[in-house]
Design a protein around this ligand. Structure first.
Ligand code: SF4
Length: 367
């Protein structure tokens, strides 16, 4: 899918802040924007004959509307009690994604199949202003938990507005999480050290076979290099790390690629997350991507109701990944997503006491 491949573009009448809308009009002249009073008018264009078709056709319908309710939330991976959390917060400026990763959790968690972009940036900024004033420690705010932060950037320029906004915030850091290479709009803005662009990366074999329509690994790493050269902080998400026959060889190749292209001092942090999924996602993904082998491994249910590799498997994977990260650089900040205190006891020489401890570790090269 090219970025301009929408079948329809709808504008909800509630949208008052026209910044994003004007940008969309300029970027998609071939898609006249239809004004609607109610979301059902856009839903009528979604092919609802099966869940599989509904997901795919919803991705091709762009709806510009406003975000409702509180903007700032905890990262959806945060779960009660037992897991060590990095205190990541999110703002949902978009909901859904034009990419098609076979493991994508959005396939069975979104309420609406439409590709929604929320345009009320002024209201969102005013909530962020209040939040910034209430803090006395840095907090990362990410836009890429139920969307890809940059996939639509050439037609929205929304991330550019955000980088400008965050550049003057006292305690807030923006994290843009992406599997794209759509960074051109960011190159004209000075982030003032307040934006981290975090690239989710996997070996090219994974990118080609199950991260459909995303940028190639090479393109993502080239984009990372350009951003560093323009004064941005860059991080990497090794997430989801996937186990398959040649995974060690392929991830070794990925680490070699990273060490050839980047000095460890150029990287803000590395986030490591192993494949996990919700019940039902495996069946849906098999329907959408016939022949998919990803979920054929053994998985166990965790306290957060997510399925993950059994602990001995996870530990052997972490041992491999951490040894590569440590040999790249011994003080590179890295951390695991949703693991317990005993994980830090086993693999690190410290155990984060609370969310802020891990947050300080993650941001140690930013402040
Ligand atoms: S890039 Fe992220 S949000 Fe988009 S399809 Fe892939 S996993 Fe889902």
């Amino acid at each position: 899918m090219g970025i301009a491949d929408f079948d329809y573009v709808f504008l909800h009448q509630e949208v008052k802040d026209m910044r994003v809308v004007e940008q969309v009009q300029k970027s998609l002249p071939q898609n006249p924007i239809k004004l609607i009073q109610d979301v059902s008018e856009a839903m009528a264009f979604v092919n609802q004959s099966s869940e599989r078709q509904m997901i795919q056709s919803g991705k091709r319908i762009l709806l510009l509307n406003n975000h409702k309710g509180n903007v700032i939330k905890y990262c959806p991976a945060k779960s009660p009690g037992c897991y060590k959390c990095c205190n990541l917060h999110t703002i949902n400026l978009m909901s859904n994604c034009i990419f098609n990763c076979a493991y994508c959790i959005l396939q069975n968690v979104l309420n609406s199949p439409l590709m929604q972009v929320h345009c009320n940036l002024d209201e969102i900024f005013s909530e962020l202003d209040q939040y910034d004033l209430s803090l006395n420690e840095p907090v990362r705010i990410c836009t890429g938990e139920i969307a890809d932060s940059l996939a639509l950037e050439p037609i929205l320029h929304q991330a550019k507005f955000l980088v400008e906004y965050f550049s003057s915030k006292k305690h807030l850091f923006l994290e843009l999480k992406t599997k794209s290479d759509q960074i051109e709009s960011l190159l004209s803005v000075n982030p003032q050290g307040k934006t981290i662009v975090s690239f989710s990366i996997n070996p090219e074999h994974i990118v080609k076979t199950i991260e459909f329509h995303t940028a190639s690994l090479d393109a993502r790493l080239n984009a990372a290099r350009k951003l560093i050269d323009h004064g941005y902080k860059v991080a990497f998400n090794l997430d989801p790390v996937i186990r398959y026959e040649q995974w060690e060889e392929h991830y070794d190749g990925l680490f070699q690629e990273l060490s050839h292209r980047f000095k460890p001092s150029e990287i803000a942090f590395v986030h490591v997350g192993l494949l996990r999924h919700t019940a039902g996602l495996d069946g849906l993904a098999r329907q959408r991507f016939p022949g998919l082998r990803l979920f054929d491994e053994e998985f166990v249910m965790g306290p957060d109701r997510k399925l993950r590799y059994p602990k001995p498997v996870r530990e052997s994977m972490y041992e491999f990944l951490y040894s590569r990260l440590r040999s790249w650089h011994k003080s590179l900040p890295f951390y695991a997503c949703t693991e317990k205190a005993d994980h830090y006891q086993k693999f690190f020489d410290w155990v984060p006491g609370n969310d802020m401890d891990l947050n300080r570790h993650v941001l140690s090269r930013m402040v």
